[in-house]
Design a protein around this ligand. Structure first.
Ligand code: GDP
Ligand code: ZN
Length: 459
């Protein structure tokens, strides 16, 4: 990574655009304090101690017009998010005021920040690594408290530390190989080969453990895609209403991210469920049956989890059976609903299914917490409770871990085939480099630009 020594001063609105209690306009760069001071009436910001909050007014120096009453945080480098001078202007929420302040800063020497540019500076200035930068994005987009907790841990460097430890082990062996090649008489080739092999196997086991967390990490990040299916009248809308009721903390869209309008997010015991095609559930009840079937097939296709509802008070119908067959290879919970009306459905008919079965009355809100527990158990067995768990949360990280794993497998098979150590060393070094790409310690610039451009403005 090219380290730039000089940066211009960037500015952006860091809070979501809209009406709110307060908004924050942030600047970073050498001129941040000077520029803020040009538009600030109150103390002389160039003379206040670092890491202080200062009361005053933003005033347009050209017109003398007072824009807003504000609190200005002055944070001098290097102990800031970007390692540069940072100024944050806390103003009254409101689109017009916030934009006016930003415009004033731009007119007085700042440049509009690109999306993710603050975080990019933190990375380029060595304040955070790539996994930490990604976690900033995860925190912004987190859909549940649990997802946020994992992201915060990653921001603190959890994954970075694990990757660094693996890389260090590889490096130690590599140092050993160099000695061996330079002074073949000092160390028997056989000993080095053995060390390389042991290290590859140990690293592979550690990578495997990290990869196992990737599925949970993905789900935490993106939500567990969940389809609620069943024939008309079994209680799909009722279950949907229950899940999306207000005390379930429906997580709404974050400004700047896009979302399919047919999806709703709910948090069930810390598991973010992305409910698929809720519009289909809401609105297809009275339309032609065929549309309903087609839609539920599509929803099932996308689902990580299927909640299949059956009416327990009636015998199993041919349509129920079709849905049972159609979803049999999915991760699935079978919900026998309307048990308050008596049970006519013969549960033995479901016995061949591997899926957990739960009897409920959604109308009477009976056994719904068991359903929630089951959803949680299905996906977080062993993960949910360990708070220090480091999770691989995105595809980029998982892909690179897979690649490093393949390289280490080549090392082991190469050694087994009796290849000379200095040849096998190429893959061994490759694995070390691949792992470095996860943290950004050996990432190409293009990737870095790509990654940061996914951020929202002002981050
Ligand atoms: P959907 O067509 O699958 O979406 O089913 P709805 O949720 O619209 O429910 C159809 C009807 O069944 C409504 O009148 C609900 O109030 C009723 N219903 C839903 N769950 C239960 C239940 O557990 N017990 C009883 N008795 N009625 C229920
Ligand atoms: Zn309905």
């Amino acid at each position: 990574v090219q380290r730039l020594t000089e940066f211009d001063t960037i500015a952006a609105i860091s809070t979501p655009i809209g009406e709110g209690g307060i908004s924050i306009v942030r600047m970073s760069g050498e001129e941040a304090v000077t520029i803020a001071n040009r538009v600030f009436k109150g103390k002389n910001l160039e003379q206040v101690p670092t890491h202080t909050i200062n009361y005053g007014h933003v005033v347009d120096p050209a017109s003398g017009q007072v824009i807003d009453e504000v609190m200005v945080s002055v944070m001098r480098a290097p102990k800031t998010f970007t390692k540069e001078d940072v100024v944050e202007i806390n103003c009254h929420g409101g689109i017009v005021v916030t934009n006016d302040i930003l415009r004033l800063l731009l007119a007085n020497g700042a440049r509009m920040a690109d999306p993710g540019e603050f975080t990019k500076r933190a990375f380029v200035n060595g304040r955070i690594d790539l996994t930490q930068a990604e976690s900033v994005m995860d925190i912004i987009r987190a859909k549940t408290d649990k997802a946020r907790a994992v992201a915060v841990r990653q921001l603190a460097g959890g994954l970075l530390e694990e990757i660094r430890a693996i890389r260090q082990q590889i490096l130690d062996v590599l140092a050993n190989v160099e000695v061996n090649i330079d002074y073949p008489e000092y160390d028997e080739e056989q000993v080095t080969a053995e060390k390389m092999r042991a290290c590859s196997e140990k690293a592979t086991a550690e990578i495997d453990r990290l990869l196992q967390t990737a599925q949970e990490g993905q789900i935490l990040r993106n939500g567990l895609a969940t389809a609620i299916v069943g024939r008309p009248n079994v209680g799909k809308s009722s279950l949907l209403n229950y899940l999306t009721q207000s005390d379930k903390a429906i997580v709404t869209d974050v400004a700047g991210t896009t979302r399919d309008t047919l999806e709703e997010y709910v948090s069930v015991r810390g598991v973010p469920l992305k409910l698929i095609d809720t519009a289909g559930i809401h609105h297809t009840e009275d339309t032609v049956e065929k549309i309903g079937v087609e839609r539920s097939k599509q929803a099932i296709g996308q689902a990580d989890l299927v909640l299949l509802l059956l009416d327990a008070s009636q015998e199993l119908t041919a349509e129920d059976q079709r849905l049972l067959d159609y979803t049999k290879d999915k991760k699935r919970i079978i919900v026998l609903n309307k048990t308050d009306l008596g049970v006519k459905l013969d549960a033995d008919q479901l016995e061949s299914s591997q899926s957990p079965v739960i009897a409920t009355s959604i109308l009477q809100k009976a056994h719904l917490d068991e359903l929630e527990d089951l959803i949680k158990q299905l996906f977080f067995s062993g993960i949910e409770n360990s708070n220090d768990q480091v999770l691989v949360t995105n595809q980029r990280q998982a892909g690179l871990l897979e690649q490093a794993k393949r390289q280490l497998a080549d090392v082991v098979s190469g050694l087994e085939a009796g290849m000379p150590v200095d040849l096998v060393q190429i893959d061994f070094t490759g694995a070390w480099e691949t792992l470095g790409e996860i943290t950004g310690e050996s990432s190409p610039d293009e990737l870095i630009n790509d990654l940061f451009s996914q951020f929202c403005l002002g981050k």
